[in-house]
Design a protein around this ligand. Sequence first.
Ligand code: BGP
Length: 468
Amino acid sequence: MSKVKDDFLWGSATAAYQCEGAWNEDGKGLGEWDVFSHENPLNINGATGDVSCDFYHHYKEDIDLLVKGGQNSYRFSISWARILPDGRGKVNQGGIDFYNRVIDYCLEKGVEPNVTLFHYDLPNTIALEGGFENRNTIEAFVEYAKTCFQYFGNRVKIWVTINEPKYYAYCSNIVGNYPPNHKLDFQRYFNVMYNEALASAKVVNIFHEMGLPGQIGIVHDSSNVEVAPDCKEPEKVYLRADMFYNGIILNTALKGEIPVELIPFLHELKVDYSFMKLEDALDFREGIVDFIGMNVYNRFYVTDYSEGETEVFHNNKGAKSKMKEGIRIKNLYETTDDPNTKRNLWGREIYPRCMYNTLMEIKNKYGDFPVYITENGHGMYEQADEKGYVEDDDRIEMMQGYIDFMFKAIEDGCDVRGYYAWSTMDLYSWVNGYEKRYGLVRVDFEDNNKRYPKKSYFWYKDLIESMR
Ligand code: BGP
C-alpha cells in the first residue's frame, strides 16, 4: 500500500542562479551574484553561474528527464533581474518569454510547476540600495511578485515567496560568505530576516487578494533545535536557538505574528529592534501562508556557551578543510558535536531523524499545516565511469533514510503534500562551485553540459513507482 496520497507530488528542485547560466542574455539585468562571482575575492573557489549547466538552453531536456524519472513536479525559481532588469520599473519581455516557455513545457508534459520568486538572487540595483536591510526593497519585491502573478498566475498553482529567508540572512550577515559579506552582524541579520518575512507576508496577502487559483507559501530551511544531554540550562538554550533560527520566519508565516519571546531575546543579543514597526502587525496577520515548504538537511544540536568569544564556522572548501559548520554566541549558546552522527565533507551533520522531528514540531506547534519537503539531498564529490555513469550509493542511502522518516511523520498525522529532491541535475553550489554535486542527473561541465542520469535517478524513479 502506498504511504502517501494519490495526489502527492514527487519532484526535484533547482534555483535560477544555480542552473540557468545565460547570465547576460535576452535583456537580463545584472544580479548581485553576477557581481560577487566576477569580482569579489571572497568568491574563494572562483566559480561563477555564468553558464552553469545551462538550463536556459537545456530546459526541455531537463524536464523530459524529470518526466522519464517518474516525477510529476518541478520546483524552480524565477530570476528577479530577468523580469525587472533594474529591480523595478521596466518589464523585460525576454525574461517573460523564457519562463513562459518553461512553464508551458512543464504543463505540456504533465509536470506541476512549483515556482519560487526569490532564491538568494537580488538584482544588483536593489543590492546596492542595501537589499533586504532597506525597507524600500519590500515594495520593490511586491512589484516584482505582482508582475509574476500577472504573467504566470493563470498557470502556476504553487508559489513560494522566498526561499530560506533565514539561511540567506545568515550567510550574508553572520557567516559572511554570501554577498554582501557581513560577518557576525547580528543587527543586520535580524533586520534582513524581518524585512524578508514582512515582504513575504505582503506578497501572500496580495496573491490572495488577486483571487488567483492555487496556493502560496514560504520555504524555510528546517532548523530543528535539539539540546545536548549535558546542557545546564536546556530550556533557555532551546528557546534562544529556536528564536535565533526559527522564531521570526515560522511564527509570522504560520501564526501571522512576531513571537513574544523575540524581544527579550533581541535584548540579550543587544540588537536594536527599531526596524520592527507596530503597523506591520496587520500585514503579518493578513499574510498567513497556505502551506509551508521545508528544506530538510540537518538539525541544530546545541548546548550552553558562557566562556569565550562569539565565533562562526563554515566550510566552503570541502575535503580541503577540516572545518565543521557551527556558531558560538557569547553567553547564549553554541552548536556542538554529536559523536554518534556523521558529517558530510563540508562539515554538515547528516541526521535523517531531523526530517521526522521537523515535521512533528510543525504539527505540534502550529497545527495541521500542509507541508512540502521542498528540498532534501546530499552534496558529494563524484567520479563517473567511462560511460558517464555515477554510482552515488551514499546519496541513495542518505535520502532513503530521510524519506523513511517522512513516511513515519505522515503515519503520525503530518499533512505532507510533496517531496522534492535537491537537485534535479548537477548545478552551481553557492560559493562551493561545481565540485560539490547534488544532482539526480550528472552534468558533464567539461563536455557541452551533457546529461547522464545517475544511480540515484533510477532509485528515485523506482521509489516513486512503488508509491503509485
Ligand atoms: C539550500 C539552498 C539551495 C542549495 C542547497 C545546497 O540551502 O536552498 O539553493 O544550494 O541548500 O546547499 P549548498 O549548495 O550550499 O551545499
